[in-house]
Design a protein around this ligand. Structure first.
Ligand code: HEC
Length: 234
């Protein structure tokens, strides 16, 4: 499946003939509205309305779903990290090193989506945001620097047969600083030692609470998006 979408997506955004562009969906980071995601109303007898969900409603449903996925994955990861920390700092770092990606991947598979964490300051070099994703992350960084809350981005990519949703990840609490804060101040020495061992090129330190740590990239196939957008009309 499309591991390939990790690459530069600049060329992958296509605008299908007949798409309607809504004013709310025409910002640069939202290149096109995908208006043909709605199912035929005849196969949806439970719908109480006769109108198809608007492009904005479909987008909102996709973002809502992505948020739920991100929250669940984050909770899961945090619970595992807390558990691993009890066994000791070295173990915790080694555990993250070995298990973070498999945990994310297995949850993704369970839901039929694909989830990645991308960042401008990677600890794991595989998580570095590049190309199109990096540009989106840049808009998030600019928003945070301007004291604003970055807005999620949802794009339909015809080449991926689905949506890519980008959600900002901000450092929610001092807990994260144990491993992502300022070395020598927030990060205890044993953790620093373990980080140096497993991540010699670590760039994921120096953060403070509320800083932008990175973002979620969540691919939601159109087949899945159609099912829940049908139940969330505008
Ligand atoms: C016990 C140490 C530890 C704590 C606490 C911790 N992290 Fe991490 N974090 C790591 C490690 C190790 C990785 C690299 C995982 C990998 O190899 O995939 C990582 C990776 C990440 C990534 C992926 C991007 C990258 O740099 O590879 C994000 C995003 C992230 N952490 C956010 C957080 C947030 C937010 C919190 C607080 C809720 C947090 N972390 C708490 C150790 C920690």
């Amino acid at each position: 499946m499309p591991r390939t979408f990790s690459g530069n997506l600049a060329g992958g955004i296509s605008v299908l003939a007949g798409w309607l562009l809504f004013s709310a969906g025409c910002q640069p980071q939202q290149p096109a509205d995908h208006t043909d995601t709605q199912p035929s109303t005849s196969s949806q007898p439970a719908l109480h309305h006769r109108e198809k969900p608007s492009a904005q409603a479909v987008r909102d449903s996709v973002i809502l779903y992505a948020r739920q996925i991100a929250r669940t994955v984050a909770q899961h990861l945090q619970a595992e990290v807390v558990r691993a920390l009890r066994t000791g700092p070295e173990h915790a770092i080694r555990y993250c090193n070995l298990q973070a990606s498999p945990i994310i991947d297995s949850l993704s598979q369970q839901w039929g989506v694909r989830v990645r964490r991308l960042t401008h300051k990677p600890r794991n070099p595989n998580n570095e945001a590049k190309g199109h994703a990096r540009q989106i992350l840049q808009t998030f960084l600019e928003a945070v620097n301007a004291g604003k809350n970055p807005m999620p981005v949802a794009e339909y990519h015809d080449s991926l047969q689905g949506w890519l949703v980008y959600l900002p990840i901000r450092i929610p609490s001092p807990f994260c600083l144990t491993c992502h804060g300022i070395p020598g101040r927030d990060i205890p020495q044993p953790i620093q030692t373990a980080l140096a061992k497993y991540y010699p090129e670590d760039r994921a330190t120096g953060f403070r609470v509320k800083d932008l740590r990175g973002m979620w990239e969540i691919w939601i196939p159109d087949s899945l998006a159609r099912t829940f957008s049908a139940t969330k009309p505008s």
